[in-house]
Design a protein around this ligand. Structure first.
Ligand code: AMP
Length: 286
């Protein structure tokens, strides 16, 4: 396994792979890796085969954090990440610095961004207005540097995966996008690097996200119902946990992300909940 820190070296290697017909599978991450990330690595390996090159990027992208958010507190442990990647059969870790990724940004000379204009508006985009511009920009840049044949994203960030899929289609990125299922703790909590930031009390109550999903599934199993009624019920359910504060809960179409008026089997549900200052998200098909 090799660690690459420069954008030029990453792109040189990617172009060599392209010339030699060696397939590249890519998993973008912000590090502090867990079994969810590693499931994407294994999915990438399965997609490109034993002779392909699996690239994991580890980069906490500042442009997707608002000034008020947890960029400085975001957990980091490169040595541990490197060990996990090696054990998972990763070939390349691409871990650039901010100066490599956004040259000139510190003195105002960086000015090109990629914006998706429809799917980014609701849910995460409504709560975090500049977030997806940062995501699409960094993912587009990473795709240009890594030149993947296959890129693997997690269903845990459903809206993000839908937006990247749209960007790939609308901007003609020559790659196949795979969305892999959410990996969870035994008690249902979706794995997330941010879980590390929870106090024991918050951690115990954080299962309220997956419990809300289970409650919504049980509700639609009894029959379709107005989305507003389901959302109000879930808001009350979450309010019972003193350490949890609901940011949003939404029912929507899994592909278009358009809000659904009725919740039924097959409708998608997503929610974001604050536990203290830590913001957790989850989603699933009802
Ligand atoms: P992050 O490091 O949080 O930016 O996540 C990097 C990639 O891992 C994204 O595609 C996420 O959707 C995915 N991911 C994060 N958590 C999970 C999880 N629990 N299960 C599956 N994929 C995940």
């Amino acid at each position: 396994m090799r660690v690459i820190r420069s954008t030029a070296a990453m792109q040189r290697l990617a172009r060599r792979c392209q010339r030699e017909g060696r397939r590249v599978g890519f998993v973008p991450t912000m590090g502090y890796l867990h079994a969810g990330h590693l499931s994407l690595v294994h999915r990438a390996r399965r997609a490109i085969g034993p002779k392909g090159l699996v690239v994991v990027s580890i980069y906490v992208n500042p442009t997707q954090f608002a000034p008020t958010e947890d960029l400085a507190k975001y957990p980091r442990d490169f040595a541990r990440d490197a060990r996990l990647c090696r054990e998972a059969g990763v070939d390349i870790i691409f871990a650039p610095s901010d100066a490599e990724m956004y040259p000139g940004k510190s003195d105002g000379r960086y000015s090109a961004y990629v914006v998706e204009e429809k799917l980014s508006r609701g849910m995460e985009g409504a709560s975090r207005p500049t977030h997806f511009r940062g995501v699409t920009t960094v993912v587009a840049k990473l795709f240009h540097l890594v030149l993947p044949d296959v890129a693997v994203f997690g269903a845990k960030d459903w809206q993000q995966a839908a937006i990247v899929r749209r960007m790939v289609r609308d901007l003609n990125f020559p790659l196949r996008l795979i969305v892999a299922p959410t990996v969870r703790e035994r008690d249902g909590l979706a794995l997330s690097s941010r879980n590390k930031l929870l106090t024991p009390g918050q951690r115990a109550q954080a299962t309220v996200l997956s419990r809300a999903l289970a409650r919504a599934r049980a509700a639609v199993k009894r029959g379709p119902l107005p989305a507003a009624r389901l959302k109000a019920d879930l808001a009350r359910f979450i309010a019972r946990e003193p350490l949890a504060r609901l940011d949003y809960v939404e029912c929507f179409d899994a592909d278009t992300l358009q809000p659904a008026a009725r919740a039924a089997r097959g409708t998608h549900l997503a929610l974001a909940v604050f536990a203290g200052k830590t913001r957790l998200i989850d989603n699933g098909r009802l």
